[in-house]
Design a binder for this molecule. Structure first.
Ligand SMILES: [Zn+2]
Length: 275
């Protein structure tokens, strides 16, 4: 989407109103938000204004979670308080807002604000990055809605939880370099925690198949925020359909790009063994 420089900028008040009307976000809602700042067009106040609008829409009775992922650092050390999010401008603005807590994970930390922020982020170092009982999973089970702002299902981390639930044949395999190492988390109080490799990311380009299936079942609300096309759906329903698809065919959410670093190898692992 291109940004029209002559169009008036969206204000925080515009965005708050759109969230309530077009996107049907209510006070008290739990939102799992993935976002692309550039998809909104020009916003007065930038990503901070988008974050404030989201907070105003759910109020302190609600909860917002965003991915604040980090690549494995060259020295293997993740600084909990300062390593910036690599998952977009809105997520980094969110992470640095007052009252936001960040879960403890060297690559897949989630930041959260609101009533259940601590409940959802606690214990992330002891569970798994994107698996069972990870922050997004807990939020989905508590009735959370996923809001994709200017991005598609291919950015929806919650879907990886379904791969962990079904334990697909490719689950846990290291596909990307850097994830085979033990990583260190350095906390603000000086504590250092070693994290052996266990949460290995897979590809998500094939999640378009899940989006098509959810659309076919009319489980996705298509709405707008600023100039961004958004998707909104129930986290629980998204997971249920993804699990159903993977149980029927463990390759259901793999992509068909021959040069993908993950999917061709993952598909091999899904072949029935035997002669
Ligand atoms: Zn792929």
């Amino acid at each position: 989407m291109t940004t029209d420089a002559s169009a008036p900028a969206w204000t925080e008040a515009d965005l708050t109103k759109q969230l309530a009307t077009d996107c049907a976000v209510r006070p008290g809602d739990i939102l799992l938000v993935h976002s692309s700042m550039k998809s909104l067009g020009r916003v007065e106040g930038g990503p901070q204004a988008v974050v404030r609008a989201l907070m105003a829409a759910v109020t302190e009775a609600g909860t917002i979670l965003v991915p604040t992922y980090t690549s494995p650092q060259p020295d293997g050390v993740f600084h909990h308080a300062s390593t910036p999010s690599r998952t977009g401008l809105i997520t980094e603005a969110f992470r640095t807002m007052p009252g936001v807590v960040r879960s403890l994970h060297p690559t897949h930390s989630v930041s959260a604000w609101g009533r259940q922020a601590r409940e959802f982020t606690d214990g992330h170092d002891r569970t798994s990055g994107l698996g069972a009982k990870s922050p997004f999973h807990k939020a989905a089970l508590a009735g959370g809605q996923v809001l994709m702002i200017g991005c598609s299902m291919t950015s929806c981390s919650l879907v990886h939880v379904s791969e962990a639930i079904v334990r697909t044949p490719y689950f846990g395999v290291v596909f990307y370099p850097g994830y085979e190492r033990t990583l260190t988390m350095a906390l603000a109080d000086g504590t250092r925690i070693e994290v052996p490799p266990k949460d290995n990311p897979t590809d998500s380009a094939g999640f378009t198949a899940l989006q098509a299936e959810l659309d076919r079942r009319r489980l996705i609300t298509h709405c707008r925020l600023g100039a961004a096309a958004c998707l909104k759906f129930s986290g629980r329903e998204c997971l249920a359909v993804a699990v159903e698809m993977l149980k029927a065919d463990p390759t259901a959410l793999l992509c068909h790009n021959e040069r993908c670093a993950v999917c061709p190898k993952a598909r091999e692992l899904c072949r029935p063994t035997g002669r």
